[in-house]
Design a binder for this molecule. Structure first.
Ligand SMILES: [Zn+2]
Ligand SMILES: [Zn+2]
Length: 366
């Protein structure tokens, strides 16, 4: 079948809209027609910096309808509504079996080029979003069954797609990776889509104080809408001092960095109390360094960890977040600030660069 796609043909160049050929699903694979796709900073990063074999179709945050099944698919059926999982997981390795599917060992060994991609352009293979077996800047995609989570039919695709990366990663870092306890004080660096989901999740956990930290006043306003109790403009002074003032010297029990800024990452350790936990979720450019005095780990027993795509368990976290969304306590739809057509995907990158979008979403015509 022919499908329209936004292709990366040259590193750093705007994506180009082309019709590509899509082969039917093979064993264990599913054909999904996307209803919506979020535009993530990781998409912008890879088309600018990653140097992956071209052409390929970016996008890794999709929701849509199952249109056809390959052989040996037994958990989904035609017509099911699904959300993509950008990482996928085998379900059988020791990491998957011990509740760490983000560290799935066979997935980590997969390498670009994406030989299982079913896309081609004039006879040339077209890859997907790296080795993640997914592409969503396209009308439809063949995806491994294990990389899809079924969702209820009444959740809109434009809201649900954010559970493919942004909303899940931000919320899971707080809920599943850190397990923020009720009554905690939480500091959140970076109040874009991930940070807003993280702030909302901290509220769901019963945090007593949620301190939002950013350098963009607009994002701090959004943070208040999503549940921040205190805001800190890090361009106006040292956030460590500001968190100390906001907490009466107690400091935060948990700090999260969703910004990927080296400056912010290095401030996270200073804003948590002794024995507190730091979770780094936003990735900076390769080689970004965290510099920590040993005393913070030894004398002060602070815990510093990371969360890959939130470190969550999609099969558990996605249904939970949908329940909270339907109950009105997880603001999934409010994360969507801009709705674009596939042809406008480069405008979505521009909105992101200017810091104007909580999340831009490509909405495909039904
Ligand atoms: Zn993403
Ligand atoms: Zn695995």
């Amino acid at each position: 079948m022919r499908v329209q796609a936004a292709l990366c043909l040259r590193d750093g160049a705007p994506l180009e809209i082309r019709d590509v050929e899509l082969a039917p699903p093979g064993p264990g694979e599913v054909l999904v027609r996307w209803g919506a796709s979020g535009i993530c900073a990781s998409d912008k990063f890879v088309v600018t910096h990653a140097g992956w074999p071209k052409p390929y179709i970016p996008g890794h945050e999709g929701a849509g309808i199952v249109e056809a099944l390959g052989d040996e698919v037994d958990t989904l059926t035609v017509g099911d509504h699904v959300v993509s999982d950008l990482l996928g997981a085998c379900g059988h390795c020791r990491q998957c079996r011990t509740g760490r599917p983000r560290l799935c060992e066979p997935q980590r060994r997969r390498a670009v080029p994406d030989i299982d991609s079913r896309f081609s352009l004039d006879g040339t293979r077209v890859g997907r979003f790296g080795h993640h077996e997914i592409a969503t800047f396209v009308e439809a995609c063949v995806v491994p069954e294990a990389s899809l989570t079924k969702i209820p039919d009444d959740v809109s695709f434009e809201a649900a797609c954010l559970l493919g990366c942004c909303a899940l990663s931000g919320a899971a870092a707080v809920l599943t990776r850190a397990r923020v306890a009720p009554g905690s004080r939480v500091a959140v660096f970076g109040c874009g889509g991930l940070g807003l989901a993280g702030i909302n999740a901290a509220q769901l956990c019963g945090a007593r104080q949620i301190i939002a930290i950013d350098v963009v006043p607009r994002k701090l306003d959004w943070a208040r809408e999503f549940g921040a109790t205190d805001i800190v403009d890090a361009s106006q002074g040292d956030p460590v001092d500001a968190v100390s003032a906001a907490t009466g010297g107690a400091m935060a029990d948990f700090a999260f960095d969703f910004s990927g800024s080296a400056v912010a990452m290095n401030q996270t350790v200073g804003v948590v109390r002794n024995g507190g936990m730091v979770v780094l979720e936003g990735a900076g450019p390769p080689g970004t360094q965290l510099v920590v005095d040993q005393a913070e780990l030894i004398d002060n027993e602070k815990v510093i960890t990371g969360a890959h795509a939130g470190g969550g368990i999609p099969a558990l976290d996605i249904p939970l977040l949908i329940d909270r969304f339907r109950a009105g306590t997880f603001k999934l739809d409010a994360l969507v600030s801009h709705r674009l057509s596939l042809e406008e995907v480069n405008d979505g990158f521009d909105l992101m660069t200017r810091g104007e979008a909580r999340r831009s979403v490509i909405v495909f015509e039904a």
